[in-house]
Design a protein around this ligand. Structure first.
Ligand code: SF4
Ligand code: SF4
Length: 313
């Protein structure tokens, strides 16, 4: 392809992602992730994924986007801010939900945007084959975003962006169209260890390594069984997910409220009191979380979490 066409398509695609509401877009060549291969293997071998068996599936596909999209040439990564205007719980005593889960499930919101993006590319360029991914197991989203200059992976294992912090979703489109590629940025964690010091379950076992099976997000969302007694009293009132290692991160000083109406909390969610949570009914649960990622735990899961936090006091 002519260099000028490549530059034009790159520019058009990036521009479109901003129109769709994404804050940042970076692009990498779709290639085998050589550096990641041994790292992923060690992590899985050490059983750091707990019951998240999907992490171990699609091992080859996770390392090579060309196995996901035939003839793939480019991985387009995007960031979408979800930092809320107002936090649900500000008092120490309130029950807390991860900020990403306040509004409509991001999978739906982002998939729609990505579909529009692929359609747009096909209209502008012609026959382009592409697939959209948002937080789906076969794509190592942080690795691609980092390669494309959208940030660095911090000691809390989140992608961090100097302008935006880390309260954003990462999404990708893999396409068989050659584009201009971006380069990585450096790591700005420096000597900071705030996330490691603040994690109540010591899930950040060493800088940059999170033992997923010790993380409150895992216990409150992924784990299907009883929460193990050794973490009793350690959840600091988090009943769905945990934002502690992001809340303490100095790069999140720069977080600005999102502009995505679908991420606004369901009416009444911000006002739920401790008592309301403890007495939550199926009706209230269904109303608050009709289209929300919280549905993943189901009512029983959320009740289990609430009881666990309450009894640990
Ligand atoms: S999300 Fe919470 S429990 Fe998990 S690593 Fe961060 S601070 Fe620790
Ligand atoms: S809290 Fe500090 S060490 Fe942890 S991710 Fe943020 S900057 Fe890096």
């Amino acid at each position: 392809m002519l260099a000028s066409a490549k530059a034009r398509y790159t520019q058009l695609i990036k521009q479109k992602t901003y129109e769709l509401g994404f804050q940042y877009c970076g692009i990498s060549k779709a290639d085998f992730l050589e550096e990641e291969a041994p790292r992923l293997e060690n992590w899985l071998n050490a059983n750091k994924h707990g019951q998240m068996h999907y992490m171990a599936n699609h091992f080859d596909k996770r390392l090579d986007p060309r196995l996901l999209v035939e003839g793939a040439k480019s991985v387009v990564s995007m960031l979408l801010n979800y930092y809320p205007e107002k936090e649900r719980a500000s008092g120490e005593e309130d029950y807390k939900l991860s900020k990403y889960a306040y509004g409509t499930d991001y999978h739906f919101v982002i998939k729609d945007k990505l579909k529009t993006l692929i359609q747009y590319i096909q209209e502008e360029v012609g026959e382009v084959n592409g697939r959209a991914f948002v937080d789906s197991a076969p794509v190592m989203d942080k690795v691609w975003a980092k390669k494309s200059g959208l940030g660095w992976v911090g000691k809390n294992a989140n992608l961090l962006n100097r302008q935006m912090g880390s309260f954003f979703f990462i999404a990708e489109v893999i396409i068989d169209l050659e584009l201009e590629y971006d380069g990585p940025v450096k790591d700005y964690c420096g000597t900071c260890t705030r996330c490691i010091d603040a994690c109540p379950t010591d899930a950040i076992t060493e800088p940059y390594v999170v033992d997923g099976s010790k993380c409150i997000s895992y216990f409150t969302i992924e784990l299907k069984e009883q929460i193990p007694p050794e973490v009793t009293g350690k959840f600091e009132n988090w009943i769905f997910g945990c934002d502690i290692c992001q809340d303490v991160c100095p790069w999140n000083r720069f977080s600005q409220p999102h502009q995505e109406p679908q991420f606004n909390p369901a009416s009444g969610l911000l006002e739920m009191t401790k008592k309301d949570w403890e007495e939550i009914t199926a009706e209230v649960f269904n109303r608050l979380f009709k289209n929300s990622a919280v549905k993943r735990t189901k009512l029983e899961g959320l009740k289990r979490n609430i009881a666990f936090v309450k009894n640990g006091k």
